[in-house]
Write a new protein. Structure first.
Length: 145
């Protein structure tokens, strides 16, 4: 049986957004899941095998961009690494993918619904995320004692 034709890739520099199920399929083909949530969010549960490099961090009670994000990703991955990027609901991951593409990364996909799920303008769930559709996950990390 032949595979269905793949959709045309978006123009260079335009993030390609994929569903949680499509992200899992890409992971099965050798992609790495880059989780850009905070360390605290990541510790609450994550896609199996995910690597955490926060795109934003808490500082003074607010979320601010991680000034070391591109440096940290560059130290962990080559520019041609196959990455699926996800966050909590799709906003941070989209910004992270744009930053990575601008920095010269060539094979980066945005998992548009994140860990929890995408929300509409009224805060209602519009697309369930990785954890809500039952994809392979790692449980919350135990607090250090």
């Amino acid at each position: 049986m032949q595979e269905p034709p793949k959709p045309a890739p978006p123009p260079s520099g335009t993030p390609q957004r994929i569903s949680p199920q499509e992200a899992a399929e890409h992971l099965a083909r050798g992609y790495t899941y880059l989780d850009v949530r905070t360390e605290e969010e990541f510790a609450e549960g994550r896609p199996a095998g995910a690597v955490n490099i926060p795109f934003a961090v808490f500082s003074g009670g607010t979320m601010v961009p991680n000034p070391e994000f591109l440096t940290q990703v560059g130290a962990a991955f080559s520019k041609n690494a196959k990455l699926v990027v996800g966050c909590k609901s799709g906003g941070r991951s989209l910004r992270a993918v744009r930053a990575l593409l601008e920095a010269g990364f060539t094979d980066v996909l945005d998992q548009r619904a994140g860990w929890d799920g995408a929300r509409d303008g009224f805060g209602q769930l519009s697309e369930p995320g990785w954890s809500r559709v039952g994809l392979p996950s790692e449980p919350p990390s135990r607090p250090r004692s």
